[in-house]
Design a protein around this ligand. Structure first.
Ligand code: GTP
Length: 597
């Protein structure tokens, strides 16, 4: 296809503003899929994505649209991940397009995530077409939202397209806007091949499928291509486009978006943002902007049943096959036995992997509290990255510790601003900016990531009754007065409960955890001391009284089947416990204990 007839675009929107519904409408209107093939929300094709209504992996579809000028255009719609954890993947998807549809729910207005993504699109030099969705709703206020787009983002919204993705109103106008308002891609057919690796995933028949955007040159079957970041060379088996089904083509030229397969075994060899070039006539310079993906949040995953260790290892390997940003390494814990230290791009990513392990692989797991990556500078001058609080060395060898900070943007209705600012301050936040847009406030804060990883989203949602929206990016590493807090049950340190916190909050958190554990650990036949300590100094203590209780005592010996049921229930409960010395701690205690409130 000549480049004048190609338009590459993405849709940027806040969660729930209607991105998937609009994408489905565009697919339906251009007839890329028959009604029968059209399942609800084609682009979100993983179960968990569907259930949670979020988009994780970028997906693409090629649409053929006969415009009012009589010409038939190729419109490549590239779906982008809808969550902050995947910001880098979003930036690569945007770099593969020339323009975006900015979808804003006309009854809600601009949200924090809309802003973050739209700024990324502006950075990528996109032509942006504002689209006001859900104008069928009685609460829709298109004029107010247009004004807001102009005030907050600084985009001209006078010719925003007003649509209802749900009823199908004005979808044609969106297609026309794509053709007339977005620029065609530029590229040099005769220059050495440069194609960007936008995404990749594993297919059990074809091996790894790579989503590419060609800049210069051509990709064809049989060509030997080189990944510029690693130097790895592969021979292309198949080249094609997404209809959204894989559709083989002879080749892909400048401006085109499609896929290649090359008998690649694992996505770990396919770095998002990498440049693919011709091995025999390579480009001299890669495309700009490549960054290797680095996990920022780590936690330990342990099988509840030690016999499941091999199964866990196999399952992690399978997940990694399809998710290069997920990392894991074997680890042992005195408290939890054999398991793995796992690294994630963020909290949602962590939650998704945990959920898939339990749902798809049927694994019963204990997860330790998530931790950020600390940089520990020893007195010897050596720097070590700390992924696990339990590995923190003795205080005497530590010169200082640095922790990662983020820059967060929070949008919230005025009524809840006070509560949100209090929350940010409690979490050691530093206000950078506070501005108003109508009756909504936009607060920009610098926050230590370790104050955010555990329950910041949940707390933010609860103090704002669900009205606050949140977005963040990694900022820098800063020295902090950080200490390791150990939890001792019956004088024995439980390594899986150790955590790192700022000294100013250590006492409060130590006390809170001891109090929680007191409620979470069932009473036993003897008294149990629950303590929090920094080094050898105990900072909090609770005592759990002894209790001797026969679970069957209430059955008066009469109903034997009821008695058996109770005993079985108790046995079942035991499987979910871990033994510490003489004390059993239920699995739920591990996560619940570290939730702050
Ligand atoms: P993520 O995948 O989470 O990013 O959400 P999304 O932006 O893709 O939103 P989605 O398309 O899933 O729509 C969210 C909800 O809004 C769904 O319940 C839709 O049915 C509804 N919705 C989408 N478009 C419209 C519209 O034009 N009018 C009305 N009334 N509802 C709509």
């Amino acid at each position: 296809t000549p480049t004048e007839l190609i338009r590459n675009f993405s849709i940027i929107a806040h969660i729930d503003h209607g991105k998937s519904t609009l994408a489905d409408r565009l697919i339906q209107t251009t007839g890329a899929l028959s009604a029968r093939e059209m399942t609800e929300q084609v682009l979100d094709n993983m179960d968990i994505e569907k259930e949670r209504g979020i988009t994780i992996k970028a997906q693409t579809v090629r649409l053929n649209y006969k415009a009012k000028d009589g010409k038939t255009y190729v419109l490549n719609l590239m779906d982008t991940p809808g969550h902050v954890d995947f910001a880098y993947e979003v930036s690569r998807s945007l770099a593969a397009c020339e323009g975006s549809l900015l979808v804003v729910d006309a009854s809600q207005g601009v949200e924090a995530q809309t802003l973050a993504n739209v700024y990324q699109a502006i950075d990528a030099n996109h032509e942006i077409v504002p689209v006001l969705n859900k104008i069928d709703l009685p609460a829709a206020e298109p004029e107010r939202v247009k004004q807001q787009i102009e005030d907050v983002i600084g985009l001209d919204a006078s010719d925003a397209v007003e649509i209802s993705a749900k009823t199908g109103l004005n979808i044609e106008a969106v297609l026309e806007a794509l053709v007339t308002r977005l620029p065609p891609p530029k590229g040099d057919e005769t220059a050495p091949l440069k194609a960007m690796l936008v995404d990749s995933w594993y297919d059990s028949y074809l091996g790894v499928i790579i989503l590419v955007r060609v800049r210069d040159g051509r990709l064809r079957k049989g060509q030997r291509v080189r990944m510029m970041s690693t130097g790895a060379v592969h021979t292309i088996d198949q080249v094609g486009t997404f209809s959204p089904k894989l559709t083989p083509q002879a080749d892909l030229g400048p401006g085109e978006i499609g896929y290649i397969t090359a008998a690649i075994k694992t996505v770990a060899d396919c770095n998002v943002g990498d440049t693919i070039t011709d091995d025999r006539a390579p480009a001299t310079e890669p495309l700009p902007g490549f960054k290797p993906s680095i996990p920022v949040v780590w936690c330990g995953l342990y099988p509840v049943d030690a016999d499941d260790f091999e199964k866990l290892r196999d399952s992690l390997a399978k997940l990694r096959l399809n998710d290069a940003s997920f990392h894991y390494e074997a680890e042992t814990s005195a408290a939890l036995g054999f398991g793995f230290r796992c690294g994630f791009l963020g909290l949602l990513h962590l939650e998704i992997i945990q959920e898939r392990l339990s749902r798809e692989f049927d694994l019963d797991l204990i997860a330790t509290a998530p931790s950020v990556v600390y940089r520990l500078y020893k007195t010897s001058g050596e720097m070590m990255e700390l992924h696990n609080p339990a590995d923190m060395p003795d205080g005497s060898v530590i010169d200082h510790i640095e922790e990662p900070w983020i820059r967060a943007t929070i949008m919230v209705p005025d009524d809840y601003l006070g509560a949100v600012l209090t929350l940010c301050n409690e979490r050691r936040g530093q206000q950078v900016d506070l501005t108003y847009v109508g009756n909504r406030a936009m607060a920009v804060y610098r926050l230590p990531l370790n104050e955010v990883v555990f329950d910041f989203y949940d707390r933010l949602k609860s103090v704002s009754r669900g009205y606050a929206s949140f977005d963040y990016q990694m900022d820098d590493y800063v020295e902090g007065d950080l200490v390791k807090i150990s939890i001792l049950v019956n004088q024995e340190p439980v390594d899986a409960l150790a955590f790192i916190a700022h000294r100013s909050v250590a006492d409060t958190r130590g006390r809170a955890i001891c109090a929680k554990l007191k409620d979470l650990i069932p009473r036993q036949l003897f008294k149990i001391a629950i303590q929090a300590a920094i080094g050898g100094r105990v900072i909090a203590r609770e005592t759990l009284g002894a209790l001797s209780k026969d679970v069957t005592a209430k059955c008066y010996g009469g109903d034997i089947s009821r008695k058996r049921k109770l005993l079985e229930k108790q046995k079942e409960g035991k499987k979910r416990m871990r033994q510490f010395g003489k004390v059993e701690i239920p699995q739920t205690a591990f996560l619940a204990a570290l939730k702050m409130d």
